[in-house]
Design a protein. Structure first.
Length: 415
């Protein structure tokens, strides 16, 4: 009897120890939904590679939780994104959703994040209003207004007064067009024509002919990651540079992933963006070297840094909560994070859950036989201008007070 009791006790102890070990290694699942095939496949390739690099550098266990990355290909179809996100929440029981290659995908998943109280870390999509679609969205990429306004400030000071805008016809493109035009007009410039190209299967040729006929000082372009090379090729084929029309745009048009393939015709193109592979910080040099070594020489682009920093935000939130708590606790720990990124200093605004970061003016130059976006100026700590306008409106309304006047005046948020 004593022997049987002792064996039972040992068995229970072993079971308890085994259970304790399982609990200590309980999985923390990140559902990464990205376009891995189709028109935006480069976005998915860059973000997944960056996420895996972050895990390789920082380990796959945080606060006693084993990190599991589940990657799903949505081919940039919002209905597919929604279905995959729902499966990840219900079947895989993910702790965090992430990725979102384009705005319609992020918008399709936003209600699911709200209903399930699952933090959604947007690593790519860049329409201003995305973080307003769900209180569970945190963004680590950028917004098109951030990049567009900086370029609209630079252009008139450098002889560019008359501009035609050419953008992809969906949320980010409309944001880029709107904020660039508003700021350029404010600065004394003029947008003489606004052109919008279909997002899927775009043909830039007829639009570029219109630009040539309009004879502006410059063409301002926004296209999603992966489409910049096609714009550059057709711009040069039509001799628009020789006709005296400058090409300017947000950094998507001179995407680091494709820049070398564009050839010397891209030299001198000025863009504004939050990241360049040529950013001269020690942290970025290490990031570029590690990313390239892990991915057969592939150069990281702005999508990669959005994925890399998104993983950092998730890891640090899990660490801050000591591996405990659900979506609310994780979300709270994501807000207000301040850190040094390969792009430079950045933080997650605790109020808007959106990224605040430096925006750089860059010119395409040749270094060591390769083309790079070389930074020549910087605007520090740029908040999304769309959010600034919204906050100013709310602030003005509140300042009126209940009686329609006499409330405390608001201070303008920092740009």
């Amino acid at each position: 009897m004593k022997k049987r009791f002792l064996l039972q006790t040992l068995a229970l102890a072993a079971l308890a120890a085994s259970t304790s070990g399982v609990m200590a290694q309980e999985k923390f699942k990140i559902g990464l939904v990205l376009p891995m095939t189709g028109q935006q496949a480069t976005t998915g390739r860059q973000i997944e590679a960056a996420a895996r690099l972050y895990m390789a550098q920082h380990g796959d266990t945080v606060a006693g939780k084993k990190i599991e990355l589940i990657v799903k290909d949505d081919t940039s179809l919002p209905d597919q994104t929604r279905r995959l996100a729902q499966e990840l929440i219900v079947n895989d029981k993910v702790n965090v959703l992430a990725g979102m290659g384009i705005t319609p995908s992020a918008m399709a998943v936003a209600p699911l994040a709200t209903q399930s109280k699952t933090p959604l870390v947007v690593m790519a999509a860049a329409t201003s209003s995305i973080t307003e679609a769900s209180p569970y969205i945190v963004r680590t990429s950028f917004t098109l207004p951030q990049a567009s306004v900086a370029l609209a400030d630079w252009a008139p000071k450098n002889g560019i007064k008359k501009v035609v805008t050419l953008v992809s016809d969906y949320g980010p493109g409309i944001d880029a067009e709107k904020f660039f035009k508003e700021r350029l007009t404010f600065n004394g410039g003029q947008v003489i024509e606004q052109l919008r190209v279909p997002l899927r299967n775009p043909d830039f040729a007829p639009f570029l002919q219109k630009v040539r006929d309009a004879k502006p000082d410059a063409l301002f372009v926004f296209v999603p990651s992966g489409a910049g090379a096609a714009v550059m090729k057709q711009f040069l084929e039509r001799g628009m540079d020789k006709a005296g029309i400058k090409l300017i745009g947000t950094g998507d048009v001179t995407d680091d992933d494709q820049l070398n393939d564009m050839g010397d015709g891209a030299l001198g193109v000025v863009t504004s963006h939050h990241y360049s592979a040529a950013h001269p910080s020690a942290l970025n040099k290490k990031f570029v070297e590690s990313f390239s070594a892990a991915n057969k020489g592939l150069r990281p682009n702005f999508m990669a840094v959005g994925g890399y920093d998104g993983m950092r935000v998730i890891y640090e939130a899990l660490r801050a909560t000591k591996g405990q708590g659900g979506g609310e606790a994780l979300l709270g720990a994501m807000k207000g994070q301040i850190f040094e990124s390969p792009r430079g200093k950045m933080f997650i605004d605790a109020q808007t859950r959106d990224v605040v970061q430096d925006i750089y003016l860059r010119k395409v130059e040749k270094k060591d036989g390769q083309l790079f976006n070389v930074e020549f100026d910087v605007i520090k700590d740029v908040k999304d201008p769309g959010k600034v306008k919204f906050l100013l409106f709310v602030c003005f309304f509140l300042s009126l007070g209940e009686g329609g006047g006499g409330g405390q005046p608001c201070q303008r948020p920092q740009p």
